[in-house]
Design a protein around this ligand. Structure first.
Ligand SMILES: [Zn+2]
Ligand SMILES: [Zn+2]
Ligand SMILES: [Zn+2]
Length: 121
């Protein structure tokens, strides 16, 4: 099972190694090569277990449904934690990143600062 997208509705067939993955992260973790990009993805609906192809360069809203069983397979991904590649436009993620940066303060810096302020006259 995919641990990145908990509600994955489709499996993706990687064009490079011809194996099925739940998401690109799964491919990255188990393979030592980059996921090949292709305009025509081969997908498999997890509900009816039937494979179908999608032209990703010409993707429409009606393409979000399985052609066999009409399962709505494009869902907002439920991820256990914030997705990698944090430089998004999501202000919540940005705020959390800034906070983390402030926590990691270099202690040697504050030491130097004290030395300077001690210099009197
Ligand atoms: Zn591959
Ligand atoms: Zn995954
Ligand atoms: Zn289906």
């Amino acid at each position: 099972m995919c641990k990145h997208i908990l509600n994955a509705q489709v499996a993706i067939r990687a064009p490079c190694c011809k194996q099925w993955f739940d998401c690109a992260e799964c491919h990255a973790e188990t393979q030592d090569h980059r996921l090949a990009k292709t305009a025509e993805m081969t997908l498999m609906c997890k509900k009816c277990r039937k494979a179908f192809r999608k032209d990703m360069s010409n993707y429409e809203e009606s393409d979000e449904y399985c052609p066999h069983c009409d399962n709505h397979y494009v869902l907002e991904a439920k991820t256990p934690q914030a997705v990698l590649g944090v430089e998004g436009d999501d202000p919540r993620i940005n705020a959390r990143m800034l906070k983390d940066e402030r926590v990691k303060r270099d202690p040697s810096r504050s030491l130097f600062g004290q030395d300077l302020s001690d210099r009197v006259g």
